[in-house]
Design a protein around this ligand. Sequence first.
Ligand SMILES: C[S@@+](CC[C@H](N)C(=O)[O-])C[C@H]1O[C@@H](n2cnc3c(N)ncnc32)[C@H](O)[C@@H]1O
Length: 255
Amino acid sequence: MTSGPPARDAGYFDQWYADMAACPARDAIVARTLGLPPELQFASALTWEALDEITRELRLPPGGLVLDLGCGRGGYGIEVALRAGARLAGVDFSAVALEQARAIAGRRLPEGRAGFRVGTLTASGLPDGVADGVMCVDAVQFAEPPVAALREVRRVLTGGGRVVLTCWEAADPADERVPARIRAVDLRRDLPAAGFVDVRVEDRPGWRRAERALWEAAVAADDPDPAVGSLRDEGRRSLESFGSLRRVVATATAP
Ligand SMILES: C[S@@+](CC[C@H](N)C(=O)[O-])C[C@H]1O[C@@H](n2cnc3c(N)ncnc32)[C@H](O)[C@@H]1O
């Protein structure tokens, strides 16, 4: 999630999600350490409690549209739509992830409440001004550069619409132990540059502590499955530079 092998294209993520689908042990480690309901199949490192904050900060009107950008298997967006009584549009460039997201939404949301489409962080394929809120969980660091994704978020939001992003930032942007894609993230600089107002970027050390527990459990996991192996590698890399990253949540309003 925060660092790793060079190519992070759609093919890489398709394989990542295919491995996850074939390996319940990987999901069980994540669900147990982050306190997540296993049936939701999250791909990220965010706790169940964090969803309260995301839902609250989006301020979605009943029946409004929330875009989950970089939605992966869709677990967080589906839960937010459920809690807010909103409609959901999920966008990701991994067709394999979206197939899984459709299946989960089919079980969790009333028919017609969710739609998923292949698109990128910088070209979602949604029309201008259509969304009441946009959430982007642990994905903005993959946009090159991240500010291009924030401009896309601004484009699809209606006036007064809200964005909530979770990500990591470098404690010291000059620290070369931090992956370049994380060093490129500066939400306090980039959200106003993309046209947002009312920008808040805050550290969430509690989320980071939960993440440490996840990586420690992943490193200790003794399972030859590729999905557990990938989580273990990610855990090793993340623990090596753990103190170099800050866990952040950003909120802002489209004027
Ligand atoms: C760490 S996962 C987070 C997924 C989801 N938000 C969650 O929390 O479960 C990052 C996601 O970003 C997607 N992604 C990465 N680069 C992308 C791009 N350029 N366009 C669209 N999606 C992208 C990946 O396919 C993956 O689903």
